[in-house]
Design a protein around this ligand. Structure first.
Ligand code: SF4
Length: 460
């Protein structure tokens, strides 16, 4: 994909995050929504040996990716046995081309879609619209994003950045009248619109949370039921699947389902788990006449066997975004591409190159919260550090580089370390005593304007 395909890329992280920081709603909404998910995750897994489950998840992903080609071969053979047509796409353009030609061959006029970050990654919707197709996103959040010509800002919660009033305005535009400020009415209106779309669509397009090699099954996890409608009502179903989303066996899937649902939404299982193993067979009452899977590379294969291979273990649960102190302030759009938070800071430079994403690895405090929550134990902060080295710290200003050099010098000796801690402690004590004056002070005014000072014991 070229840079010109993507309107978000082209401005820097600093500018984008400054713009996001200017939206007070965002900085309240993200912690509110993500804290709820994190609390639900801890609740749901209270009686589960999470450490053992995560370790199983890590092992499954590591072993699968290490032998990716063999598992893909098994998967493709199983898909084909099940009557699924498989296409391989080396990059975004090839994937778009495949999907466009399938739609064209089907004589499609209307397409319904299930939420899929892979289709966001390849910028599928504008390409289909350019072919004159009507594209309807059917996940409620994605539907609103699409109406507003916006982009999702979180892997799992695409409209975490929108207020209910904004959603009401978007839906009112479609209705041609002011809809009431009532969640049930708003969702009821959207449901009516989407029901018509499901019934009249020619093609349904989804992603694939996983593809199970032993059975040739595309697995889709949703909470709204739209996935089933999209994949069973239209005549043709196309699933776009990143090549890394393969799982060898159904037993592996049984480990991944609670890990993904728990980490993503705090559920033990999502409301709907669709396991699709081919088009409608004779005697079956529903399902598409044709099913296609497009296997997307788009930079993934290049990571195999290299220092960033672990990035391919990601199952896109979004948990690292939820806990990241940087993401929680600036939101997903600041990252400039499809994926936000720590995994976005890793994937964007790897998939798009350092010209587009080279500064993102700097957008981390390296606190390690993402490592601690990742259900498949990806060492995100290690990957970020490696990327900083590879990218040559290109986002840092000269002043920041000088400060980091001085800091490294200071902390490389016991005396320097103790001296800096003493100075820090003194600074915090002063800040607690004179917070108002500190905020007005010339040196830390900008820094303090967006931050709360820790109280005694380090609590905010
Ligand atoms: S890196 Fe880990 S926590 Fe982040 S989205 Fe991927 S699987 Fe989830």
């Amino acid at each position: 994909m070229s840079r010109s395909d993507d309107p978000l890329v082209g401005t820097g992280f600093r500018d984008r995050s400054r713009a996001q920081l200017g939206q007070p709603f965002l900085r309240q909404a993200i912690p509110r929504a993500t804290d709820h998910t994190i609390a639900a995750l801890h609740d749901r897994f209270a009686d589960v040996d999470v450490a053992a489950l995560r370790e199983r998840g890590r092992r499954i992903r590591a072993e699968t990716i290490r032998d990716l080609d063999a598992h893909l071969e098994t998967l493709v053979a199983a898909f084909e046995r099940n009557g699924i047509t498989v296409h391989r796409a080396a990059d975004a353009e090839a994937a778009r081309g495949r999907i466009r030609s399938i739609c064209s061959a089907a004589g499609a006029r209307r397409v319904v879609k299930v939420k899929s970050m892979a289709t966001e990654e390849i910028r599928l919707n504008p390409a289909l619209a350019a072919d004159g197709l009507e594209v309807v996103e059917t996940d409620l959040g994605e539907y609103v994003v699409h109406l507003d010509d916006d982009r999702p800002s979180h892997i799992i919660a695409p409209i975490i950045h929108k207020t209910r009033q904004e959603v009401r305005q978007s839906l009112s535009r479609v209705a041609g009248r002011e809809l009431p400020d009532d969640t049930a009415e708003l969702t009821g209106f959207a449901r009516g619109q989407l029901r018509d779309a499901f019934l009249s669509a020619d093609v349904g397009i989804s992603g694939a949370n996983f593809g199970v090699a032993e059975s040739g099954t595309v697995v889709l996890l949703t909470n709204e039921g739209n996935g089933r409608m999209c994949t069973s009502l239209p005549r043709v179903h196309i699933a776009l699947m990143g090549i890394e989303r393969v799982l060898p066996t159904l037993d592996d899937l049984a480990v991944m389902l609670p890990l993904l649902a728990g980490s993503g939404t705090g559920q033990l299982l999502t409301s709907y788990v669709s396991m699709i193993s081919g088009p409608r067979r004779e005697g079956e009452p529903d399902g598409p006449e044709e099913m296609h899977v497009v296997l997307l590379d788009n930079g993934r294969r290049a990571l195999l066997g290299g220092p960033f291979e672990e990035a391919l273990h990601c199952i896109r649960c979004g948990a690292c975004q939820n806990v990241c102190p940087v993401y929680r302030q600036v939101g997903g759009h600041a990252y400039g591409w499809v994926y936000g938070g720590p995994i976005g800071a890793v994937l964007t430079p790897l998939f798009r190159g350092f010209d587009d994403g080279g500064e993102l690895p700097q957008a981390s405090t390296l606190c390690g919260a993402c490592d601690d929550i990742c259900p498949v134990k990806i060492p995100l902060h290690d990957l970020l550090l490696k990327l900083r080295r590879v990218g040559g710290g290109r986002a840092a200003t000269r002043r920041e580089r000088a400060a980091a050099t001085f800091w490294a010098f200071l902390w490389s000796s016991g005396v320097g370390y103790r001296a800096s801690i003493a100075v820090g402690r003194l600074g915090l004590t002063l800040a607690r005593v004179l917070p108002a004056r500190l905020r007005r002070g010339p040196v830390l005014a900008r820094w303090a304007a967006g931050r709360g000072l820790p109280g005694r014991g380090g609590r905010p």
